[in-house]
Design a binder for this molecule. Structure first.
Ligand code: MN
Length: 496
């Protein structure tokens, strides 16, 4: 798990020299109190670093340049305690390359009716000072997050929490590497796309290795290491009898452990945080990685089946955002539908590769034949996903731009048994309804592969889309098809 405390955001307060030394001293003091409060707040996962109040265009430019290059600084939070004429901010904001959160707060929560005087008014001007600051960013067409409310309010802290987590993800994307073992599945459209444009837009690189390069690493794994991992499987999961010590399929478990260790070594050595593979290109491998890919995801790596590098990258990015949060995130596929009008649902799964972090309870380790790929029977983890609100997220390449699509869903407790389906299973109801949710998804061009998240909300994806300056289509309880069609049409014009 990624330790988010190694990352920091800077708390920058703007002012000007008009008010004199004493007022500026108080601005500094109050800003420090707020920054310290954030830094000590359990709701905010990163370090919050107080910066002395900036009062001139030169100071503002300087701090924006410093923030751009400061190691592990993922964004800045700005606040105008007094009035900071916003032309002073143009140069700094033009230079700024990291996300900005505009905190529209004020030091006092309430109007101090009996004590308020002109000295108080001189110091506490954010109600209008922040509007001047907001105006220049709108005029400059700058994407930023605006958070409104008293700085101790839980809703304010929650929004800052979301933004800091997304800022860390964006920061990590700048150096992120995705490796593809082989190309994508032949003839498939949605898993393909422009990897060069993706690197320009998102920062992560996507490069290919022949599956033989991976096989070479897999073949070097020692029996001792494999033995240790098999013990971990036994301690962690419920093994089917044929996989236990003297079972007739024990050798399949041995091979699965070898593959997992090979994958892990390859990714670690290459500095990769996400990968793809495809059942069409497994030369030299005896099984399609099942449990290996499932456990690599659980360890935080991104995975996409059939060469799907966009979904793989998003799995990792979303796991970074959710570091330390309850619930899980997995690669997912819309598998089949339950069109019962009384209880419509989607069954989500993949032939093997679903992350066990989304499991409701017991995780079984099983081996079964796979109808495709022509390899030996792969070992996989089988379980049911937990109930509760969740998201399906898809990143697609529309040729002239990338689009993020979110469908909010409600996962249902899996009560039926699936005695003949040896995969992990999730059941959910798309918002706003089965028909409208699916129709909207199809119209928006959403993929059959998604990132399925139990812990992130749409706000995270919205913040990410704005930081990356890409299109976002949200399908939620308020979605109406006619409105969505118009949104998609207007977006064609906006992104032309
Ligand atoms: Mn698939």
């Amino acid at each position: 798990m990624l330790d988010l405390k190694q990352f920091e955001v800077w708390f920058v307060t703007g002012s000007q020299h008009l008010y004199g030394e004493e007022t500026l001293r108080q601005v500094d003091e109050h800003s420090k109190i707020i920054a310290d409060f954030f830094n000590n707040s359990p709701q905010i996962p990163v370090k919050v670093v107080f910066k002395p109040v900036v009062k001139t265009p030169e100071e503002i430019l300087q701090i924006c340049r410093e923030a751009n290059v400061a190691p592990n600084c993922v964004g800045i939070i700005t606040w105008m305690h007094t009035f900071s004429p916003a032309k002073m901010w143009i140069r700094g904001l033009t230079a700024l390359q990291i996300p900005l959160l505009h905190l529209h707060t004020q030091f006092n929560r309430d109007i101090p009716y009996s004590e308020i005087d002109m000295d108080f008014m001189n110091l506490n001007q954010s109600a209008h000072g922040d509007r001047e600051f907001g105006h220049i960013m709108t005029k400059m067409r700058m994407n930023r997050k605006v958070v409104v409310g008293h700085w101790q309010a839980i809703l304010v802290l929650e929004q800052i929490n979301v933004w800091t987590r997304v800022s860390v993800a964006k920061y990590k994307m700048q150096t992120m590497k995705v490796v593809r073992f082989g190309d994508n599945m032949r003839q498939v459209a949605v898993t393909d796309g422009d990897k060069v444009s993706a690197e320009m837009k998102f920062g992560f690189s996507v490069n290919t290795h022949a599956v033989g390069d991976l096989v070479q690493v897999i073949n070097q794994i020692s029996d001792a290491e494999i033995g240790k991992l098999m013990q971990e499987y036994e301690d962690t999961y419920t093994l089917m009898p044929s996989l236990t010590k003297y079972g007739e399929k024990r050798s399949s478990l041995f091979e699965a452990a070898r593959i997992e260790l090979g994958l892990k070594a390859f990714l670690e050595d290459g500095g990769y945080s996400a990968y793809t593979n495809t059942f069409e290109d497994l030369h030299g491998m005896r099984q399609l990685p099942g449990i290996g890919s499932q456990r690599m995801m659980a360890a935080g790596y991104g995975y996409g089946g059939e060469g799907d590098w966009k979904t793989s990258a998003m799995v990792h990015i979303m796991k970074v955002m959710a570091s330390g949060m309850k619930g899980g995130i997995s690669f997912m596929e819309d598998y089949t539908y339950h069109f019962d009008p009384a209880n419509p649902m989607v069954l989500g799964s993949h032939m093997l590769e679903i992350c066990p972090t989304i499991a409701a309870n017991q995780v079984n380790c099983e081996v079964h034949p796979l109808g495709i790929g022509g390899k030996e029977d792969p070992v996989r983890l089988v379980f049911n996903a937990a109930a509760g609100p969740a998201l399906n997220v898809s990143l697609v390449d529309l040729g002239n731009r990338f689009r993020l699509i979110v469908n909010e869903v409600e996962a249902i407790e899996v009560t039926e048994s699936f005695p003949k389906l040896p995969t992990a299973r999730a059941l959910w109801k798309p918002q706003p309804s089965m028909e409208v949710g699916l129709q909207a998804w199809i119209l928006a061009g959403g993929a059959h592969h998604t990132v399925y998240s139990q812990n992130l909300t749409t706000e995270y994806i919205e913040d990410l889309a704005e930081m990356l300056d890409i299109e976002l289509v949200v399908i939620d309880k308020d979605t109406k098809i006619r409105g969505l069609k118009n949104e998609l049409r207007l977006n064609e014009f906006f992104y032309k």
